[in-house]
Design a protein around this ligand. Structure first.
Ligand code: ADP
Ligand code: MG
Length: 703
């Protein structure tokens, strides 16, 4: 280990106890090493000096000028009081403006002297303004060590207020470097570095903070990205090899009564080719002797549930129990209803277990699971509580995998001495590069075919101003016997604001669609589960024509007669979420519609997102776009919750090539030494161990 890096950050000059605790809380920086690996998220070019005369708009984020001060001025009073330095560089005149710290800055500046100023350009009455610019004398700048490109570090509101903004972090980095310089141990093997022509760790860390040239910066980034992705791949693939070389998979050799009579007597429709293929793939896994760990990807509505059900029957045919874990109570209840209905003719016991299962029922379920009289259990994360014990759990399905994390999967595994087969299902189409990293330890099956007779959903985008027209359309659809979802954003379940939106929206809807002619129900995550179920049922039975809901209905809900999905404030949803919501309609034979409502003013990114939704129904295409739109460091929401680690520098949306290289190299190493046990691979083992999943799961997002 690089011991120096483990030292507490408080010992760094310029930090101390108070700042150390802030850095720890806000950015998770506790040690010198943490700081050293806090990389800039972008760079600004400080080699370029702009001329005032050549500036004619304020489209640039930052500019640097070399100017002389020609005069000072105090303007205004009270909160509008400001201090202005007029400057010139021969090509034109500009103003530097300060609202705060006036007396301090006034003392520092000298008329007639040459300064380098750096800041965000803006025009007021045709005059170029820089508000609160960075400023230093040309002499000072020339004397100070600095490269042409300067890093910009992420920071937080709190840190900013406490003089720990991006510039202060840069200063800390300057203090840190001499302490660690030449005490950094290389973390990649020398032959690998030589073969791939990588920059050394020392040079890469130096250049990532203090680039000596653009080229060196690129090389530093490449080296660090490679190391990160390589470490992750090593870890994932090592695990996977461990799994597939052990002969501990339960065997399901029998295709028995449950499966066969279901297939013959209960199936309401023929399976699609893709469904058949996936069932065959899973069947092969379950007779291989190795534990199955498979990801099933299929767009919303592609019929994953049925595949899962049939595989669970296969487990039961072979004397095993099966369970299915889903992210919401609504979805659990729905699957339970579907399963009991479809399995009505079979002698099979299915139970439902969620956080709101009553104590008495719970006791009976526990008993049934232990004695083995329960064949199939459906539930929420209540399933992974330690108290739940199966007699012989052989097959586990995790629906809507993106809502859970890796650690949860692992907990289900540990329910047996011998791990059950695991099938994780997701409708969030994950681009290949990402799937490799997120789910590198899984085999992948894809349902790439929708059941026949589905009409593609038509997607329309309306601004709030056209609400009446949308209401008219809804009325028209309801008259034809259709049902309608109206969904409100809910970023965090606790945000009161969001509920206010939902309540106001509901009132508006009831006013526009008054009872008794129309029946409208509300469903959201904070309702009691009985109330939720009551609302859901009214809608399912067709008693209610309109359901007003939060995004709790995003996953899995299946009401084929609902043909209109209205998404309010659609600009507040991510692409994958919008696509999920759209998937709630288009399940019957009728033409379905998805209506995206948004405010009038949209950011260019929101406009792209909504435009993408209108232009395509293809989930995979949308996922690629989503990744590109969201860019580095912002893989938020659903996908990130599946990541077992935080990426410090690699960007899964953009670094596909580095990832492929990392994967190939990992493969090569593991071929010679599957468990990284050889002494010469000690460095690699340490690297892989750094990426063992530590992340616990945030249940708060699950209603
Ligand atoms: P998802 O993959 O999104 O979980 P579901 O499993 O909920 O999709 O299936 C969507 C709908 O399609 C359900 O109403 C289901 O009954 C129906 N379905 C599934 N398979 C077929 C099939 N082979 N033919 C016709 N309808 C099907
Ligand atoms: Mg589903």
């Amino acid at each position: 280990m690089n011991d120096i890096l483990n030292n507490d950050i408080k010992f760094l000059s310029g930090v101390g106890e108070r700042r150390a605790s802030m850095l720890r809380k806000e950015l998770g920086i506790a040690t010198l090493g943490d700081l050293l690996y806090h990389f800039p998220f972008r760079y600004i070019d400080r080699t370029r000096i702009w001329k005032i005369g050549e500036m004619d708009d304020d489209s640039l984020t930052y500019i640097q000028l070399k100017v002389r001060i020609t005069g000072f001025q105090h303007v205004g009073s009270g909160p509008k009081r400001r201090f202005i330095a007029t400057v010139s560089d021969g090509s034109g005149v500009a103003e530097l403006v300060w609202f705060k710290g006036i007396s301090w800055i006034e003392k520092r500046l000298e008329q007639g002297r040459e300064y380098i100023v750096f800041g965000r350009p803006a025009f007021f009455n045709g005059v170029l303004n820089l508000v609160h610019p960075e400023i230093e004398s040309a002499v000072e700048q020339a004397n100070r060590f600095r490269s042409g490109v300067q890093g910009v570090y992420s920071t937080t509101e709190v840190l900013n207020r406490n003089q720990l903004g991006t510039k202060a972090i840069y200063t800390l980095m300057c203090n840190l470097w001499p302490m660690v310089d030449h005490r950094l141990r290389e973390t990649l093997p020398a032959d690998l570095i030589a073969r791939l022509g990588l920059m050394s760790l020392h040079d890469a860390l130096f250049n990532i903070h203090f680039p000596t040239s653009q080229q060196a910066l690129r090389a530093a980034e490449f080296r660090l990205k490679f190391e990160e992705l390589f470490g992750i791949q090593l870890n994932i693939m090592k695990e996977r090899r461990g799994r597939t070389t052990r002969n501990d998979g339960f065997l399901f050799p029998v295709v028995g009564t449950f499966f066969n009579s279901f297939y013959k007597d209960c199936l309401p429709f023929p399976l699609t080719g893709a469904q058949k293929r996936v069932i065959r793939e899973i069947r092969q896994d379950t007779v291989s002797g190795h534990q199955m760990n498979r990801l099933l990807q299929g767009d919303v509505g592609s019929g994953k549930t049925l595949v899962a059900l049939m595989c669970m029957l296969l487990a039961c045919d072979n004397g095993f129990q099966a369970c299915m874990m889903v992210p919401t109570e609504i979805l659990a209840a729905q699957h339970y209803a579907t399963f009991t209905r479809m399995l009505a003719g079979l002698d099979i016991r299915v139970e439902l277990l969620t956080g709101s299962t009553k104590k008495r029922e719970r006791t009976q379920i526990d008993e049934g699971l232990r004695s083995g009289t329960i064949h199939i259990l459906i539930g929420t994360h209540a399933l992974i509580e330690d108290a739940v014990q199966f007699r012989n759990l052989g097959f586990v399905v995790i629906d809507e995998q993106h809502r859970f994390g890796v650690a949860q999967r692992a907990r289900l595994w540990s329910k047996n001495e011998q791990p059950p087969h695991v099938l994780v299902m997701t409708a969030t189409p994950i681009p290949r590069t990402l799937a490799m990293t997120l789910y590198g330890d899984l085999d992948v099956s894809v349902i790439d075919e929708l059941p026949p007779g589905r009409k593609p959903v038509r997607t329309l985008h309306y601004r709030d101003a056209h609400r009446l027209r949308v209401f008219g359309f809804i009325r028209e659809e309801i008259r034809k016997g259709r049902q309608v979802y109206i969904v409100y954003p809910l970023i965090k379940e606790s945000e009161k604001m969001d509920y206010k939106d939902l309540e106001d929206g509901y009132e508006g809807i009831v006013r526009a669609f008054p009872p008794p002619e129309y029946v409208t129900v509300v469903v959201h995550g904070q309702m009691k589960s009985a109330d939720k179920e009551y609302g859901m049922n009214l809608f399912k039975q067709g008693v209610a024509q309109i359901m007003v809901a939060t995004s709790v209905i995003e996953v899995g809900v299946d009401v084929p007669n609902a043909s209109v999905m209205v998404i309010e404030s659609a600009e507040r949803f991510g692409l994958s979420q919008l696509h999920q919501l759209r998937g709630r309609v288009g399940r019957g034979a009728d033409q379905s519609y998805c209506i995206l409502m948004s405010g009038d003013k949209l950011s260019s990114e929101s406009r792209k997102r909504l435009g993408a939704m209108v232009s395509t129904n293809d989930g995979f295409e949308l996922a690629e776009m989503d990744l590109q739109l969201r860019g580095p460091g912002d893989l938020s929401g659903t996908l990130q919750s599946g990541l077992a680690f935080d990426l410090k520098i690699a960007d899964l949306g953009k670094d596909g090539q580095v990832l492929t290289l990392a994967r190939n190299e990992a493969e090569r190493v593991l071929q010679g030494d599957p468990m990284l046990a050889k002494p010469e691979n000690r460095v690699l083992r340490e690297l892989a161990d750094k990426y063992v999943s530590k992340k616990e799961i945030d249940f708060s997002m699950i209603s």
